[in-house]
Design a protein around this ligand. Structure first.
Ligand code: B16
Ligand code: MG
Length: 211
């Protein structure tokens, strides 16, 4: 029986994936590599450090550890410039109604994101005070696909993992929720997210009667 809901951020609540892509693409150009849409898909839900490692591998280049740190900061600064423009109009379809419905049903809500910028993004889109718990990359040691992010979120809302439903748009995030023994609703297609229990295009398509 589902008693708690855990939501991913980028790609589930708001379309920040396009901002991550823009910032990574700008950085990859410095390495002479043109980031592709397929790379963007692969980078969803992947931590900042692992994303840079992936891009360096694609670009067939390496960086000194100092330059690696510098480039992580450069990418994040470009990303944050784009985030500054955000407001509630950046919420994906159906998100506002989803929150209204879940809160009216008294279902505990947690965030489970791989981002270190989650609090800022939630504040920009006006959802920061709607969560019972927020777990982001600042609070965990092991990022997705490890289940720690979602297990920590379940612990904070005091719901057993098997009674949690996770909404997630990335393959690594779906894997994390499956490893945590949670029910996973994929945001996207079953083709991209074969391990999800089922998929819907956005939170607006979720039917609370199925809980
Ligand atoms: P940051 P999510 C993930 O967030 C993004 O999908 C991924 O593209 C990004 O690299 C990662 O957060 C780290 O983000 O650089 O802001 O710490 O989808 O798990 O909410
Ligand atoms: Mg995501």
């Amino acid at each position: 029986m589902i008693q708690g809901i855990i939501l991913d951020l980028d790609g589930v609540i708001c379309d920040t994936a396009k901002f991550h892509f823009e910032a990574w693409k700008r950085l990859a150009e410095d390495y002479g590599y043109s980031l592709t849409e397929a790379d963007n898909e692969a980078l969803k839900g992947v931590s900042r450090v692992d994303s840079l490692k992936f891009i360096l591998q694609k670009a067939n280049t390496t960086l000194s550890s100092d330059q690696f740190e510098i480039d992580l900061v450069r990418k994040n600064q470009w990303y944050l410039e784009l985030v500054q423009e955000m407001d509630s109009s950046f919420l994906l379809d159906g998100v506002a109604d989803f929150f209204e419905k879940a809160i009216s049903l008294n279902i505990p809500l947690a965030l489970g994101s791989a981002s270190k910028n989650a609090n800022l993004v939630l504040e920009k889109v006006g959802l920061l005070n709607k969560f019972n718990a927020i777990v982001d990359a600042n609070l965990v040691v092991n990022g997705k696909p490890h289940p720690e992010t979602f297990l920590k979120a379940a612990e904070l809302i005091q719901i057993a993992p098997e009674n949690c439903m996770v909404f997630e748009d990335s393959a690594s995030g779906v894997q994390a929720a499956v490893s945590g023994k949670m029910f996973v609703v994929g945001i996207g297609t079953q083709n991209d997210l074969p391990l999800a229990n089922y998929c819907i295009p956005n939170l607006g398509a979720f039917d609370f009667n199925t809980l």
